[in-house]
Design a protein around this ligand. Structure first.
Ligand SMILES: Cc1ncc(COP(=O)(O)O)c(C=O)c1O
Length: 444
């Protein structure tokens, strides 16, 4: 604890650092001194139980000693190398990721993070299919790039200047159904009918891929109803469209499976990953590729690349992260925590707090709609914004030492996969207290 140093770090941040997604003059960043396991703390000694996993990436918790050691060892051997050279760390990471995805997948293209992985998956789909449109849901987030290559001046731009058609459709979300559905089964059927109509009216011969988060994350942890991804696969097959599964947030154990689509019986054509693959210790993302798509580039140049594709330090981190997730049975742990603590615990909180409108989740991935009226389902903050009441709820969580993830009118509880039973209970207890403190915002 060193409050004076904390003040200096804060002052330097405000003086020199330009932050993401922010009006620069209106933010007051928390200043973090350190982190370990399921906790991080500031320079004043205030400790937070991390149910955000930051931006849902520290899947093995903070500062896991095995992974930190692996990073040090790789730094001693080969810190970096250009992407055209083969290196052991990249091979080992690719082998593991391909085997987690299953027999349909053969290769991995590594990127720096999630957005560039999405970009490259779209590029592969367009080039392999010869079609240009990408369908994705309104309730989704796929990353913050897209125009860089069109702004590029040199000839690397030429093969990438395909039309940039993006079409949006409604995915399933029973609580705020776009289809007046009354049950998960009805929501599933109607969402698939709507998707098929979108495909027909857009023209199947123009659609390269459907890009979908296997569990839309930032949009609300919208766990798809049973059968939805299987139905999506069937539509893709019927209309010769590729399925790109965005597993950036939902992958690497977050839902209790290596990839969230593995809760369905179907397999995508391309998988996009990032975040949890290294638990965020080093930035890394990538695309897992089926043979059908990989082979399209056997004799044809793949017109994409990144200086740090397959960075050895990041890939060694991925290897150690995957290995430690397996050896410490983290997927089993989070499945147990989700089923026996978080799911019943949140159901209990919903009985007590009318502010809780809806709860969705699986494994270590939970979204809670906060509403001011259960009958009208009025969100406590409007779509696309926050509100003083929502800010009060978040502040109450933090005051009592819980860091949740939040978006608009939702609180997301996403603990590390290796969280202890005790800390899982503790997180819910703090959430309970915070909800009690803002109960006066309920109007119903
Ligand atoms: C589902 C999904 N896809 C893509 C991205 C973009 O990843 P990155 O911020 O690493 O570029 C995110 C980031 O939150 C995400 O949640």
């Amino acid at each position: 604890m060193d409050s004076v140093k904390g003040q200096q770090v804060y002052a330097d941040d405000r003086a020199y650092v330009f932050h993401s997604w922010s009006a620069q003059g209106q933010i007051t960043p928390m200043v973090i001194e350190g982190a370990l396991g399921s906790y991080f703390w500031d320079f004043d000694g205030k400790k937070y139980l991390d149910f955000s996993c930051q931006l849902v990436f520290t899947n093995i918790g903070h500062q896991h000693p095995v992974v930190i050691q692996a990073i040090k060892e790789q730094a001693d051997v080969l810190t970096t190398i250009a992407p055209q050279h083969a290196n052991e760390a990249r091979n080992e990471a690719a082998k593991r990721i391909v085997s987690l995805a299953g027999v349909d997948f053969t290769k991995v293209f590594f990127t720096n993070a999630g957005a560039d992985a999405v970009e490259n998956a779209i590029r592969m789909a367009r080039l392999q299919s010869g079609k240009h449109k990408i369908l994705s849901t309104y309730r989704s987030y796929h990353g913050n790039t897209g125009s860089a290559i069109n702004a590029t001046g040199d000839p690397r731009r030429f093969p990438n200047e395909s039309s940039t058609g993006h079409v949006h459709f409604w995915g399933p979300y029973l609580y705020r159904s776009s289809f007046w559905a009354q049950s998960e089964a009805e929501e599933c059927q109607r969402a698939l009918e709507h998707l098929e109509q979108t495909i027909i009216f857009e023209g199947p011969k123009t659609i390269a891929a459907i890009l979908i988060e296997s569990v839309p994350g930032t949009a609300g942890v919208l766990v798809p109803p049973a059968g939805y991804l299987d139905g999506l696969r069937a539509l893709c097959d019927k209309y010769e469209i590729l399925w790109i599964a965005d597993e950036v947030m939902a992958g690497f154990g977050r839902t209790g499976k290596w990839f969230a689509y593995q809760h369905s019986a179907s397999t995508p054509d391309l998988i996009v990953f990032a975040k949890g693959v290294t638990s965020g210790y080093l930035p890394l993302g990538g695309v897992v590729i089926t043979e059908k798509i990989a082979s399209a580039f056997n004799d044809r140049v793949f017109p994409g690349g990144l200086t740090y594709s397959g960075h050895p330090l990041a890939c060694a981190t991925a290897v150690a992260t995957i290995d430690v997730m397996k050896s410490e049975k983290m997927l089993e742990n989070i499945t147990m925590i989700g089923e026996t603590i978080i799911s019943p615990g949140l159901a209990e909180l919903a009985r007590k707090h009318p502010l809780i409108g809806d709860i969705r989740g699986v494994g270590g991935f939970w979204g809670i709609d906060i509403v001011t009226d259960r009958n009208t389902r009025e969100p406590i903050a409007p779509y696309g914004a926050s509100s003083p009441a929502m800010n009060e709820l978040i502040a109450a969580c933090k005051k009592h030492g819980l860091m949740p993830f939040n978006n608009f009118n939702r609180i997301h509880l996403n603990p590390p996969l290796n969280i202890s039973v005790e800390d899982a209970h503790k997180g819910l207890e703090i959430f309970d207290i915070a909800l009690s403190e803002v109960a006066h915002h309920y109007k119903g």
